[in-house]
Design a protein around this ligand. Structure first.
Ligand code: FES
Length: 154
C-alpha cells in the first residue's frame, strides 16, 4: 500500500464534493486521544462544562480538577459526541491545560482556539467550529468551579 504523500486527501465526502487533509499531529490525537474519559460515568471533578455545537449538533463534556492553593488545573478529562477534528482539538486542549504543572484558571479562561490549532498544526478551515467545542466546554468547567467555590464560601 502506498504511503500518503501528504497531498492526497485523507477524507472525502460521500458525494465526493469535499475533501480534507489532516496532518500527522491531528491524526495522532484522533487515534490516541489524551485524557479522554471512556468508561467512568461517576468521574469526580471540581468543575464540569457541557456544550453543544449549533453548527453540527455535536456535544462535548469537560471535567477539571483544580489545585485550590495554586488555582491551577491538575486534571482535565473530556468526552464527546463529535468528529475527528473535535476529538483531536480537545485532546490537544486537555494536554495544554495540564502540562508543565497545569494552567492557572485565568490562563485556561484565556486559552484560544487559535492556540490549540497552532499546536495541532492546523485544521481544515471548514472544521474550525469543531476546535471551539472543547475550548468552550473548558471555559464552562472553569466557571462551574468558580461558582461552586463562591457558594462554598457564602
Ligand atoms: Fe461537529 Fe466537528 S462536525 S464537532
Amino acid at each position: 500500500m502506498k504511503e500518503n504523500d501528504h497531498t492526497t486527501p485523507d477524507v472525502t465526502s460521500c458525494s465526493g464534493t469535499a475533501s480534507w487533509l489532516y496532518n500527522d499531529i491531528v491524526k495522532d490525537h484522533f487515534f490516541n486521544p489524551r485524557n479522554i474519559l471512556i468508561d467512568d460515568a461517576s468521574h469526580e471533578s471540581d468543575g464540569v462544562g457541557v456544550v453543544g455545537s449549533p453548527a453540527c449538533g455535536d456535544m462535548m463534556v469537560v471535567w477539571i480538577t483544580v489545585d485550590e492553593s495554586t488555582k491551577t488545573i491538575i486534571d482535565c478529562k473530556w468526552r464527546t459526541f463529535g468528529c475527528a477534528s473535535a476529538i483531536a482539538s480537545t485532546s490537544m486542549m486537555s494536554l495544554m491545560v495540564t502540562e508543565n504543572g497545569g494552567m492557572t484558571l485565568h490562563e485556561a479562561k484565556h486559552l484560544t482556539p487559535e492556540a490549540i490549532l497552532e499546536r495541532l498544526g492546523g485544521l481544515p478551515d471548514r472544521k474550525y467550529h469543531c476546535s471551539v467545542l472543547g475550548h468552550h466546554a473548558l471555559r464552562e468547567a472553569v466557571l462551574d468551579f468558580e461558582k461552586n467555590l463562591s457558594q462554598e464560601t457564602v
